[in-house]
Design a protein around this ligand. Structure first.
Ligand SMILES: Nc1ncnc2c1ncn2[C@@H]1O[C@H](COP(=O)(O)OP(=O)(O)O)[C@@H](O)[C@H]1O
Ligand SMILES: [Mg+2]
Length: 288
């Protein structure tokens, strides 16, 4: 498809340079507006074939950063580069970006239209980008379903008729429809039952290697990011306070905040009351 193949592996697909996103908070007064520095001077890059975990407590700016990465939020200052260049105003360029960088959200039950069938949900991006005809789009839908481990019959149902894990698989399939270079997944397993979390994590990690995707994997839970990430960025107060190979960040965290986060991680998990059901149900604290 694109020129991805001849693009140097060294050129990041997306790059952020000293990006800031500041919001006017409601709490401020007319004369002294309070500014929320959701993202406050972030440098970041992601290439094909690598998974970067972004981890930090609720409110540290992860989702705002994700929105900047996929172009849903313009930075207050700083730059976002696509394949090494700022994105120009040309429609073709913006379409290329829209194909190359896609997103998976936390809650598939709100991200997917309940009035559409799974088939229509998966065809939608192909239609919007004018890819293929009716027959080839339907073939692609079945390919995508197979890719994410759903049966062909899933095409005929609505997202309300399937489980949360299956819905998230549909959301992942939709994100893959246009053969993206980078997928940004914001808390993709946080809304799921613990029993299916690992399956969805494994699926994402498997797809990343099979499709040579770049993946940005965001979670408030450091243990979730640990096993799927090549590199980890720890965020606190809108900044990346530590960055490095996953192993290194875990084994010898340089930053005091990272050490706190690592120390705090087990306490984010607590056992549900029904311990005697055999499977210990672990719940993580809900991320606001
Ligand atoms: N649209 C907005 N307007 C005002 N404040 C916002 C907006 N979006 C996010 N914020 C604030 O920015 C900070 C970071 O939020 P967010 O990026 O959602 O964090 P996270 O995803 O890490 O939980 C929070 O203090 C949040 O309240
Ligand atoms: Mg968030």
């Amino acid at each position: 498809m694109s020129n991805a193949a001849d693009q140097s592996e060294e050129t990041p697909v997306i790059e952020l340079k000293d990006v800031r996103v500041h919001f006017k908070a409601r709490a401020g007064s007319l004369f002294r507006p309070k500014i929320v520095k959701a993202v406050d001077g972030v440098d970041f890059s992601v290439r094909r074939g690598e998974t970067i975990g972004i981890v930090g407590e609720s409110g540290c700016g992860k989702s705002t950063m994700a929105s900047v990465l996929v172009g849903l939020q313009a930075p207050t200052s700083g730059q976002r580069l696509f394949r090494g260049r700022p994105l120009g105003p040309r429609a073709a360029e913006r379409r290329a970006f829209g194909r190359a960088v896609t997103m998976v959200f936390q809650d598939a039950s709100t991200a997917l239209n309940p009035r559409m069938t799974v088939h229509d949900i998966l065809v939608d991006p192909l239609r919007v980008h004018g890819v293929g005809d009716t027959a080839s789009r339907t073939r692609r839908v079945h390919e995508l379903l197979e890719l994410v481990g759903l049966p062909s019959s899933a095409a005929e149902v609505s997202p309300t008729q399937i489980s949360g894990g299956q819905r998230q698989r549909v959301a992942i399939a939709r994100a893959l429809a246009l053969e993206p270079e980078v997928v940004v997944a914001d808390e993709p397993t946080s809304a799921l039952d613990v029993s299916v979390r690992a399956q969805v994590l494994n699926l994402l990690s498997d797809l990343k290697s099979r499709l040579n995707l770049g993946m940005v994997f965001i979670s408030h839970d450091i243990q979730t990011v640990r096993y799927v990430s090549d590199r980890i960025c720890v965020m606190n107060g809108g900044r990346i306070v530590e960055e490095g190979p996953a192993q290194q960040v875990f084994d010898s965290p340089a930053d005091a905040y990272t050490r706190t986060l690592l120390g705090a991680a087990p306490s984010l998990l607590h056992l549900a009351p029904e311990e005697d059901r055999g499977t210990h149900e672990l719940r993580t604290k809900e991320n606001a």
